[in-house]
Design a protein around this ligand. Structure first.
Ligand code: IDP
Ligand code: MG
Length: 155
């Protein structure tokens, strides 16, 4: 168990479908602390870096176009094991395969337009938080909910 921060992007499909509040609400209700939050327009340079593992794939140009169609909402979320917790909340990549109860399962029917990006491990989380947030845009405010969210030996 470790207190972690992870990066989430609410994709342009989420912005266009007016689901920003709904999706953020799910993370808040889960008990994740919002350590950073902003709207930003992504360009090809940041997308080639962010999706470096996909640049050779045939769908990459379409992915870039969809990810820059509108600004995204970037979130830095914190909690115990937050990286895994948020990946589980997001569900598998394809919204048609993602189970109901997951964010992708509840709001998406697409393998591309799948509502959220979520960091997939400690190294990517660290790199992605740096990619999307300056140090001073991450806030370590103390949440009074902590005592109700976790047992004392979990945090
Ligand atoms: P992930 O978002 O679940 O981590 P990745 O494999 O890292 O999945 O892919 C990043 C993003 O690229 C996906 O969220 C999705 O938007 C898009 N993508 C992945 N595979 C496909 C595909 O086969 N067709 C179209 N878009 C895809
Ligand atoms: Mg990924």
């Amino acid at each position: 168990m470790a207190l972690e921060k992870t990066l989430v992007l609410l994709k342009p499909c989420t912005v266009q479908r007016a689901l920003i509040g709904e999706v953020i609400n799910r993370f808040e209700k889960k008990g994740l602390r919002i350590a950073g939050l902003k709207m930003m327009q992504l360009d090809d340079a940041i997308l080639r870096e962010h999706y470096a593992h996909l640049v050779e794939r045939p769908f990459f140009p379409g992915l870039c176009a969809s990810m820059s169609a509108t600004p995204v909402i970037a979130l830095a979320l914190e909690g115990v094991d937050a990286i895994e917790v948020v990946r589980q909340m997001a569900g598998p990549t394809n919204g048609r395969k993602a189970l109901p109860g997951t964010i992708r399962g509840d709001y998406s029917v697409s393998g591309q337009q799948n509502i959220v990006h979520a960091s997939d491990g400690p190294e990517t989380a660290a790199a992605e938080l740096k990619r999307f947030f300056k140090d001073e845009e991450i806030f370590d405010w103390a949440t009074p909910q902590q005592v109700a969210l976790y047992a004392s030996d979990e945090i």
